[in-house]
Design a protein around this ligand. Structure first.
Ligand SMILES: [Zn+2]
Length: 172
């Protein structure tokens, strides 16, 4: 993904947080989804390969189904990832024409360009750059940073916190 697209996605995620008054760290992502107008459902889809999926719904705008076969922190990222599809690819509250004709169901699965975009959106929604920098300095002793503390603060997995730090230029 080129850096311009990445930055655009980051700005978009910032606007979503500001429009819906979402504060970080996000401790209850189901509540966030409710604020945005949708619903999260847990599913015991042990034979399916995806972690989550999202579809338009007639009674509550959209439903995010999240597999219970993952840790809580991974669930948070999965739900945020599906919100990425909602805003970036389904046109929810941003592109009425696209939203109206939306029939596709998105999953967290595979390695398409849309998957990378949804991951980028999720990382930025959960770990805004300024907050990340603040927390990074809080958890740093001058030369070493305990990334697991950053991950814990943002309720994400260690790899997710590391990736975000790499993108922001703090780690190799
Ligand atoms: Zn996806």
């Amino acid at each position: 993904m080129d850096s311009r697209l990445r930055e655009a996605i980051n700005r978009f995620a910032n606007s979503v947080r500001s429009v819906y008054n979402i504060t970080v760290p996000i401790t209850n992502i189901d509540e966030v989804v409710k604020t945005i107008g949708g619903k999260v459902e847990l599913s015991a889809n042990s034979y399916e390969t995806y972690d989550g999926r999202i579809r338009k719904s007639s009674d509550c705008n959209f439903i995010i189904e999240v597999s219970e076969n993952q840790s809580d922190v991974r669930k948070n990222f999965t739900v945020a990832h599906e919100l990425g599809h909602l805003f970036l690819h389904m046109g929810y509250e941003s592109n009425a024409e696209l939203w109206d004709k939306q029939e596709k169901e998105y999953k967290r699965e595979g390695y398409s360009e849309e998957e990378y975009e949804a991951n980028e959106f999720a990382a930025c929604l959960l770990m805004p750059s300024e907050e990340y920098r603040r927390v990074l300095y809080d958890f740093s002793d001058g030369n070493e940073v305990d990334v697991s503390k950053i991950a814990k603060y943002f309720n994400v997995s260690l790899p997710a916190a590391l990736n975000r730090g790499r993108f922001l230029g703090y780690f190799e």
